[in-house]
Every structure is written in structure tokens, then in C-alpha cells.
Design a protein around this ligand. Structure first.
Ligand SMILES: [Zn+2]
Length: 628
């Protein structure tokens, strides 16, 4: 098991390195991560590579018996690169280029930038290919972060046109599938298609979905080219990328990307920037379970928070033992190697408010000793944390559907990840271990599968779902399930939910979207009244049983929550985003388990009759040995 810190010797020079590495070793580390923003150190002038500095760092690591995670630092560019090739910079919708000096700023579709990134990757790989101290490589850093996954430059336009040509073959096919006869937008040539920039009115939803798919391909192509270049030189290397928080909201699919690497890392910041209070324990847990889902495997955390973080505005401080609670939560949920961000915060530059274990006074204080105690605890109990994780439930993420809601939210209150979180919370409150998966993953190992807001379902997935329920699986579908075809359009002559009316036993007969602070009443079998928010679908029953119906509905007598027996299993349909009381009651029935703990308590099953209990209010934890 690797435990370590992120260390930036290029910010300090080598004068401090002996003292630093000695302290890092005493902290309980066996690895450091270096160089993730050090392109100008490796290539101070174009095509003049210089490895002297990091060679010395690696030699020092040997002295102190510390392994190295080496980063290929393409997330920030040297000034010479930006000066010589200004066309590499990303452009916003109005044609403004990103200025130099921030993080990223480059266009992933720039052939020049890719060529320079690959040359650097190759040079580093060749130089370090026999270096045994390097045990893992990281490529780039937090791809697509801070809006950098979007670019409207000429490179992107040109490659988008090629993508459309490749996909549709001829323009008549595209016109037909996109319905361009509406608003007289029929195209004569692929070259005439513009990027879907903001206009007075909405752009064609098919065009916008293809643009989202293209953005995903763009990011995949960039990183996979770097991966292949490194693997060609060092085939036996372990190569990962480190993903930032909020990946389910980005313009790329983190699951697809992760599965192209040997390993994946997640950077865990439960509080950042302007947050008044940290994410709730279940929200942090959801992100960690998602990280485990990226590659259906355990994962690294390459940046674990311990000091307050922010660029211009700083998030709330991390209280004593709070950072340790988050770190242990991560180990319980599939982290297999952890690096704290960072050994010492830098006293200069844009990230001077991203505090490390040590601060500018360079003294070992509370945070340092807290991590030292934590690492000792993790090492003493590593056998428990190394156990495989077996989830009973799964929630399915879908990039295309998430994209559809970016394009057409339908309700200003709708947030795909938040709505997923509300359902996840019900499982978390019952300590039911949950995997976050994608539609190509196996469903059969789960007792319960939740499919939130999958507005676009692939035919293969629909068949797989029906087979799963036929064989005894339980599934929960939500409003807006299976509404659209693969071009983001409705299908003529088909009832909603598309191709699922047999599984659900209902037809969506009418629907409305509910804007902020608007709700509709519904009533359960015991005559209790509840509220439904965001969407109201009016369900006409064909074979399902009604659990909740819409109350005083002016459209007629319609169901709001139903359950349908299908083969040996059951399919629940939730036609709205219901208030928590009702969802809780429903999950009592579905899971056969009532909530018995507080909102800040977490019990994580580590296998072998051991449970990790974490109290996120008082920041205490213990391993409980449960007897069968
Ligand atoms: Zn671009």
C-alpha cells in the first residue's frame, strides 16, 4: 500500500530537500508525487530537454527510500510554447483566446499542442524507462477542470465537421435524423454546420448532443494518445490519470476515459473555494463510490485534503481529525493508495491559499502529526482496508443522458447529480454498499439497481434490464426514463417510456415540468399527502400496482409511484422528485430496511465481519469486529 504526499521541489530548489524528505519519511510515507506542473523544468527551451533537476530529486528519494509517482506535466504550458504557437489556446464562444499564465488554457484539438505534449511524454519515458524508483506515472492533471473541457476554436470546428462526416456519411442522412426541416435549417454540406454557440433561441438538440459527444471524444483522444506514447516506450509501466471532483457534470465521460488507463486516481476535496460548509458525508461517499466505479476497481487518491483550499476565496477550514475521517472514508470505499495534498503549501503563486500539511512557517504542527497518526493507523489495519468491496446495489450513470439534461433541463430545478444523490442517500443512510456503474456493466450481481433519469436508453441496455428483472432483480426507474432516441429526439408512434411500458406496467400519458419552488401534491394508500417536485409525469396503469397517486390532479386520475411485477422481479417507477419523507418510506419497503442511524454516521462493511464506523460530526472512528 502506497501512502504519501504531493511534493513540489521545483518551487523550493534542492536546499530543503534533505530536511523535507526526512520529514516525509517520518510522516510514514513510502511515495511522493512530483512534477505535475513542471514542464518548463523538463523543457526550458523548445526541444531542449533537461532532466538534471528531477534526476537529483529521484536520487534523493533513493537515499530516503521513497518511491515516486512521476507526472507528465502537460496541464500547464511553458511561456515559449504559448508565445511561439498562440493558436494552441482555447477559445470561448465569442472567439476570445485564453490568456497565458493560468492552468490549462490549451485546446485539446490543437495538433501542435498534442505534438508537443507527445514529444515531452516520449522524452520523459525514454529518460526514465529503467528508473526503478518510479512505480507509477500520471498523465496530465485533472483534465477538463474549471471549464477547460469546452473550446470553440477553429481546430475544434474543423474536427467536429470531420466527426459528423464520419458518423453520418452523407448530409441528407444528417438532415433527416436531426429534423433540420424545422426552422428551415437544412444543410447542403457538412462544412456549413456551425458550432452550437449561444443564440437568441435554442439550437437543435441533435446538434448539441453530437457536440457533447464530440467533446468527450476530444478529451479521450488527447489523453489516450499520451498513454499510448508512454506505453510504447515503457510497456510494463502503470499509468493513470487523476480526475477532479464533479466529473459527472463535465463534457466528457469519466468512466470511458478511466477504462483506457491501467489505473485511475481521484482528487478528494470535500470542501473547496467558496463553500461555507463541506459536502455532506453521503455526498463525499457518492463521489468515492463513483471513483470505484470508474474502472470497476480500487483507485488512488492523488490529492487528499488536509489544509483549507481555494484560489481567491478559501473554503471553510478543516477541523482537527476531519481530514482523517475523510481519508478513512476513502479507504473504506475503495482507495488503495493515498497522497495528501501537499507536503508544504507554496508561499507564492496562484495556489498560495491551497494549504498543505506544512504552511509557510515550515513547522511541523497539528496537521503533520495528524497525518502521521493516520498513516500509522492505516498501516496497522491495512489487511482490513485491502479487502475487496462487495456492493448490493448499483446506480447507473449515463453520459448521453447527463448531456441531454445539460442541453434541455426542462425544469430550472433539475440537477442530474443532485437527483442521483437524493436516491443514493437512501441507500447510504441504510449503510447499503452501492456501486456507481455504466450501462455496459453487469447488473446481475446486484439485488437492486437504480437508474436515475436515463432519458436516453440504448436498445441493448433495455434488453439487459428486462432480463435482469425477469431473473428476480429489483429496479427503480425515475421520471424521464427512456424518452429519447439516440439522436435526442422523440419517436413517432411510440408510447413513453420508450420500449419499457411492459417492464414498468405504465404509460406516461401526460407530463409537466415544475419550476423552482413549485410542487404538486400526491397521496399514498394511507391517505398521507406528500409533495412532488421538478417533474410530474401522469402515469396510466396497464399492469402495475399503484402505490401513490396524484392528488386533485386537473388532468385526471393518474398514478405517481407504481410497482410492476415482471418475471421474478419488480420494477418501481417514480414519476417525480418526491419529498424525502416519501422516498424514505418507499425505500423502507424496497430494501426491507429502516434507517436506524444519524445523518453523520457511517458504517462501512470491510468484509471478514469488520465494520469501519465513522462519526462525521465528532470526527471519531473505530473498527468494529462483528460476530456472526
Ligand atoms: Zn479548440
Amino acid at each position: 500500500m502506497y501512502l504519501g504526499v504531493d511534493y513540489y521541489p521545483e518551487q523550493w530548489g534542492l536546499e530543503l530537500i534533505d530536511e523535507d524528505l526526512k520529514n516525509i519519511k517520518e510522516l510514514g510515507c513510502n511515495i511522493i508525487r512530483v512534477a505535475d506542473f513542471a514542464w518548463d523544468v523538463f523543457e526550458p527551451k523548445e526541444n531542449h530537454y533537461d532532466f538534471t533537476f528531477f534526476d537529483q530529486v529521484i536520487e534523493k528519494c533513493k537515499e530516503y527510500d521513497l518511491k515516486v509517482m512521476m507526472c507528465v506535466p502537460t496541464a500547464t504550458m511553458p511561456r515559449w510554447l504559448n508565445l511561439k504557437y498562440p493558436e494552441i489556446m482555447a477559445k470561448d464562444e465569442f472567439g476570445h483566446s485564453q490568456p497565458f499564465g493560468g492552468r490549462r488554457g490549451y485546446c485539446y484539438n490543437s495538433d501542435i499542442y498534442l505534438r508537443k505534449a507527445l514529444s515531452l511524454t516520449k522524452a520523459m519515458a525514454k529518460h526514465y524507462k529503467d528508473e526503478k524508483q518510479i512505480v507509477v506515472w500520471q498523465l496530465d492533471n485533472e483534465i477538463g477542470h474549471e471549464g477547460s473541457d469546452m473550446c470553440y476554436c477553429e481546430n475544434c470546428h474543423e474536427k467536429f465537421i470531420s466527426y459528423l462526416k464520419g458518423k453520418y456519411g452523407n448530409i441528407k442522412e444528417l438532415n433527416k435524423r436531426w429534423g433540420t426541416s424545422f426552422w428551415t435549417s437544412t444543410y447542403d454540406r457538412f462544412e456549413d454546420i456551425q458550432l452550437p454557440k449561444k443564440a437568441y433561441t435554442a439550437q437543435n438538440p441533435s446538434l448539441r448532443l453530437e457536440w457533447e459527444r464530440f467533446r468527450n471524444i476530444t478529451i479521450n483522444n488527447f489523453l489516450v494518445s499520451m498513454y499510448q506514447t508512454l506505453k510504447t516506450v515503457i510497456p510494463n509501466s502503470t499509468v493513470l490519470h487523476d480526475l477532479e471532483g464533479g466529473t459527472m457534470d463535465k463534457h466528457f465521460d469519466p468512466f470511458e476515459l478511466s477504462r483506457k488507463f491501467d489505473d485511475i486516481a481521484y482528487n478528494n476535496y470535500p470542501v473547496w473555494g467558496g463553500l461555507i460548509e463541506p459536502l455532506k458525508p453521503y455526498e463525499v461517499a457518492l463521489a468515492l463510490d463513483m471513483a470505484r466505479g470508474f474502472r470497476k476497481d480500487k483507485y488512488w487518491i492523488t490529492e487528499q485534503i488536509m489544509g483549507a483550499q481555494g484560489h481567491d476565496v478559501i473554503g471553510c477550514a478543516i477541523k482537527p481529525n476531519q481530514g482523517s475521517s475523510w481519508a478513512l472514508q476513502a479507504f473504506g470505499r475503495g482507495c488503495k493508495g493515498m497522497l495528501f495534498f501537499r507536503y508544504r503549501g507554496f508561499n507564492k503563486g496562484a495556489e498560495q491559499y491551497c494549504f498543505g500539511l506544512l504552511e509557510s512557517d515550515n513547522k511541523k504542527k497539528r496537521k503533520y502529526y495528524e497525518v502521521q497518526r493516520l498513516f500509522k493507523y492505516i498501516k496497522e489495519n491495512k489487511d482490513f482496508f485491502n479487502n475487496p468491496i462487495k456492493a448490493k446495489a448499483a446506480i447507473v450513470f449515463d453520459y448521453d443522458s447527463a448531456s441531454c439534461f445539460k442541453i434541455q433541463r426542462q425544469s430550472d430545478s433539475f440537477n442530474y447529480v443532485e437527483e442521483m444523490g437524493k436516491l443514493y442517500k437512501q441507500l447510504w443512510m441504510r449503510d447499503i454498499c452501492t456501486d456507481i456503474i455504466i450501462n455496459s456493466d453487469d447488473l446481475n450481481k446486484y439485488e437492486l439497481v437504480i437508474i436515475p433519469y436515463m432519458i436516453m436508453m440504448k436498445e441493448g441496455f433495455i434488453n439487459k434490464l428486462k432480463e435482469y428483472v425477469t431473473n428476480g432483480g429489483k429496479v427503480i426507474l425515475t421520471a424521464r426514463s427512456s424518452w429519447k432516441d439516440q439522436d435526442n429526439n422523440f419517436i413517432l408512434n411510440e408510447d413513453l417510456p420508450l420500449y419499457l411500458t411492459d417492464l414498468t406496467g405504465v404509460i406516461v400519458d401526460e407530463q409537466e415540468s415544475l419550476l423552482a419552488n413549485t410542487y404538486r401534491d400526491c397521496v399514498d394508500l394511507e391517505n398521507n399527502i406528500y409533495k412532488g417536485y421538478i417533474f410530474k409525469e401522469m402515469l396510466k396503469i396497464t399492469s402495475a400496482k399503484e402505490l401513490v397517486k396524484w392528488h386533485n390532479c386537473p388532468f385526471g386520475d393518474y398514478s405517481a409511484i407504481t410497482v410492476n411485477k415482471y418475471g421474478k422481479g419488480k420494477c418501481y417507477y417514480l414519476a417525480s422528485s418526491f419529498e424525502e419523507k416519501l422516498v424514505e418510506k418507499l425505500f423502507d419497503e424496497i430494501t426491507g430496511q429502516k434507517i436506524i442511524k444519524k445523518e453523520n454516521e457511517e458504517n462501512i462493511d470491510l468484509g471478514n465481519n469488520v465494520t469501519l464506523f465513522i462519526d462525521h460530526e465528532n470526527f471519531k472512528w473505530e473498527l468494529k469486529h462483528v460476530r456472526n
